[in-house]
Write a protein that binds this ligand. Structure first.
Ligand SMILES: Nc1ncnc2c1ncn2[C@@H]1O[C@H](COP(=O)(O)OP(=O)(O)OP(=O)(O)O)[C@@H](O)[C@H]1O
Ligand SMILES: [Mg+2]
Length: 252
C-alpha cells in the first residue's frame, strides 16, 4: 500500500503568509480574553510560534497544513492525529498542527483530546479543565458545549479536554451523540478546523473507530522507534482515501 510520507523535519515552507490573510466575520466574533503566549511560554509547552528559532518545525507543520487543505478543498474538515505506538508524539503533532492552522488569521482551530484513557493535552497546554471536558459533555449535554471549550493562549486555537478519564472510550466514540457533537462543531463556523488527538493505534480499536468520524487521518511514527512493519500494520487500519500521510517524528 502506498503511504504518503511527510517527514516532519523536511517539509518545505509554503508560499502562504499568514499575516496577510483577511479575518472573516465569524473570526471577528471570537474574543481572545487571555493574553497570547510568549515564544518562551510556547517552547515550554512544546508549541511552535512565529519566531525564527523554531522556523524548521513551524515550516514542517505548515507543510502538513497545506497538504490537508489541498485534500479538503473548499470546506473545513476534521483531522484525526494518532501515533503508531504509545509516546511516539501523536499529541505533540496534533497540538502543533492545530496551532499551524490557527496561525492563519482566516481560520480557527479546535483541538479535541480524544485519548480518554490517558488524556494529556490539557496538561501540555496548561489548561485547568474546571468545567469538564468531552466525556462530561457526552454524559450531560445539557451543560452546553461552550462550557467545555477552553482558551489556550494561542490566538484562534481552542481546546476541548477529554474530561474524566474513561476505560470504555470506544463506546463513546461509536455513539450517535459523539458524531452529532463533531458535526455541529464543524458546521457552526465554516472557518473552524477540528483536530482529534487520538490514542495510539497499537493495542485498541479506538483510533480506527475515531477515524470513521474524521475526514482525514495523520499517522505519527516515532522516528527510530516504530518499525516499518508496525507502521504498515497501523496504516492498514485506515481508509486509504482518508490517510493524509505518515509523519516521522523525532522527539529529543
Ligand atoms: N518532536 C518533538 N519535539 C519536542 N518534544 C516532543 C517531540 N515529540 C514528542 N515530544 C514530547 O515527548 C512527550 C511524548 O509525546 P506525546 O505525548 O506527543 O506522545 P503520544 O504519542 O501522544 O503519547 P501517548 O501514547 O501518551 O498518547 C511529550 O512530552 C512531548 O511534548
Ligand atoms: Mg497522546
Amino acid at each position: 500500500m502506498a503511504v504518503n510520507n511527510i517527514d516532519i523535519g523536511d517539509v518545505l515552507a509554503t508560499a502562504h503568509d499568514d499575516a496577510h490573510a483577511t479575518p472573516n466575520h465569524s473570526i471577528a466574533r471570537m474574543r481572545e480574553e487571555q493574553g497570547a503566549l510568549s515564544p518562551i511560554d510556547c517552547e515550554r509547552k512544546r508549541l511552535i510560534h512565529r519566531e525564527e528559532s523554531v522556523r524548521q518545525q513551524s515550516d514542517a507543520f505548515r507543510g502538513i497544513r497545506t497538504r490537508l487543505l489541498e485534500m479538503g478543498g473548499d470546506s473545513n474538515f476534521i483531522t484525526l492525529v494518532c501515533s503508531v505506538s504509545p509516546r511516539s508524539g501523536g499529541s505533540f503533532v496534533a497540538r502543533n498542527l492545530a496551532t499551524a492552522f490557527a496561525f492563519d488569521e482566516s481560520k480557527t482551530s479546535l483541538l479535541i483530546d480524544a485519548n480518554l484513557r490517558y488524556p494529556n493535552q490539557h496538561k501540555a497546554l496548561g489548561v485547568e479543565p474546571t468545567t469538564g471536558g468531552l466525556v462530561d459533555f457526552l454524559e450531560h449535554p445539557s451543560r452546553g458545549i461552550a462550557s467545555i471549550m477552553y482558551q489556550t493562549g494561542v490566538p484562534r486555537l481552542r481546546m476541548i479536554p477529554a474530561g474524566k478519564a474513561r476505560e470504555n472510550s470506544s463506546e463513546y466514540f461509536s455513539s450517535f451523540r459523539m458524531r452529532a457533537v463533531l458535526d455541529s462543531l464543524r458546521c457552526r463556523y465554516t472557518d473552524r478546523y477540528l483536530f482529534l488527538d487520538g490514542p495510539p493505534v497499537k493495542g485498541a480499536p479506538d483510533a480506527r473507530i475515531l477515524s470513521d468520524l474524521a475526514d482525514f487521518v495523520v499517522l505519527v511514527a516515532g522516528y527510530g522507534r516504530d518499525t516499518p512493519a508496525a507502521i504498515n500494520q497501523a496504516v492498514a487500519n485506515f481508509d486509504p482515501a482518508k490517510l493524509a500521510g505518515v509523519v516521522f517524528n523525532e522527539s529529543p
